[in-house]
Design a protein. Structure first.
Length: 377
């Protein structure tokens, strides 16, 4: 059994092991990271490496396209037809490379997600059925008892989302480092005359993009501060509704009194009402975060052009440099605002990770109880 998953107890074992009190993410990673450590880890690392290399390649292509925009718009400003034709052909080449790398990124990301989920699901099923543990799982107070939903749905989210989020964070980090250099070099300093004095703002585009990203992130943190709680409540309500339906299906073959049937129907109706309420609350949260993210998509390029306009009007920036700086500004602010764009996905991921961790703890408790009984099944 991989590290992080407890082996079934031997019949002569008398001292039960201590329960793992790690936090949800820590307990989840302790078990789930075995995909990269156990048998078959070479394949896991191979797919991971392909994903990392494809992300790096995409950043390099974006960097070259940024340089291309400088050359293209400078040629446009000079009305240089020959250079424009050459740049147009180069764009076709870069676009083809970008599409190919993007396809590779999608393949490696989705393959990693699928294989990791399959590995973790097999491990959890094996532990659930080990030593007749299937009937003895006990969750902590306040947790809904639905291991089948946690394995089917929460494991999917808990393996899909981290891969996508980490890949996005790596891309954002590399992009920020790469294109901040362009803002630093192309933007330079901005001199502003105030009456008889001259105020110089050093590397003003770098400062501006940092302040812009900070303002947007703080706004999103304020607007979406309740989203993680709402998503956790929604996932728990969905799981509870399905669990009640599953229990009703198991008892459907048995005779049920009219009064008991009414009670069961009432429980299921109440569970569904909780699901609808949480979806309504989540809708409000999504509307608020969409206001920020969609507004940023529209505003960020305009802010970049406005910041570059003074230097272009004074002749200290060419049209190509403006286009290059604006493109870099949009990419850098998007990278620095990674949390803004991924906050809902991060909240959903942490909710499912906690629920899978709760399942792991329930399996741990079941194993400890069997150890206390000397391995009795």
């Amino acid at each position: 059994m991989p590290e992080g998953f407890r082996s079934p107890p031997a019949a002569d074992q008398s001292d039960p092991p201590p329960l793992d009190r790690s936090s949800g993410p820590a307990r989840f990673w302790q078990a789930a990271s075995g995909y990269w450590r156990g048998p078959g880890s070479a394949t896991a690392w191979g797919i991971t490496l392909v994903l990392i290399l494809s992300i790096c390649a995409q950043i390099l292509i974006q960097y070259r396209l940024n340089l291309w925009s400088h050359d293209f718009f400078d040629a446009l400003e000079r009305r240089d037809g020959h250079t424009l034709r050459t740049e147009a052909l180069l764009f076709v080449l870069f676009a083809g490379l970008s599409v190919s790398v993007a396809i590779t990124t999608v393949w490696s990301r989705m393959t990693l997600q699928r294989e990791w989920r399959a590995w973790l699901t097999r491990q959890l099923i094996a532990r659930w059925f080990a030593g007749a543990a299937v009937a003895r799982l006990r969750f902590e107070s306040g947790e809904d008892e639905n291991p089948e939903y946690r394995i089917a749905e929460d494991v999917r989210i808990a393996t899909d989302a981290p891969v996508a989020l980490v890949a996005g964070l790596l891309s954002a980090s590399l992009g920020a480092v790469t294109f901040i250099g362009i803002l630093w070099n192309v933007g330079g300093d901005l001199s502003i005359r105030l009456n008889a004095s001259l105020l110089t703002v050093p590397k003003y585009l770098v400062i501006a993009v940092g302040l812009y990203a900070l303002l947007l992130t703080l706004t999103m943190a304020l607007i979406a501060r309740g989203m993680m709680r709402v998503i956790a409540s929604k996932n728990a309500a969905e799981a509870q509704f399905r669990a009640i339906g599953a229990r009703l299906q198991l008892t459907s073959a048995q005779p049920v009194e009219r009064q008991d049937a009414g009670i069961l129907q009432g429980r299921m109706t109440a569970a569904f009402a909780a699901v609808i309420l949480d979806w309504r609350l989540l809708c409000y949260q999504w509307m608020r975060t969409t206001m920020i993210s969609q507004g940023n998509v529209l505003v960020a390029p305009i802010v970049g052009w406005l910041l570059c306009a003074p230097k272009y009007l004074t002749g200290t920036m060419t049209l190509g440099q403006v286009a290059q700086a604006v493109s870099a500004f949009v990419l850098v602010q998007a990278a620095l605002n990674w949390l803004v764009d991924n906050y809902p996905g991060l909240a959903d991921c942490l909710s499912s990770v906690d629920r899978v961790a709760a399942l792991l703890r329930a399996l741990d408790r079941s194993w400890q109880e069997r150890c206390s009984r000397g391995g009795g099944g």
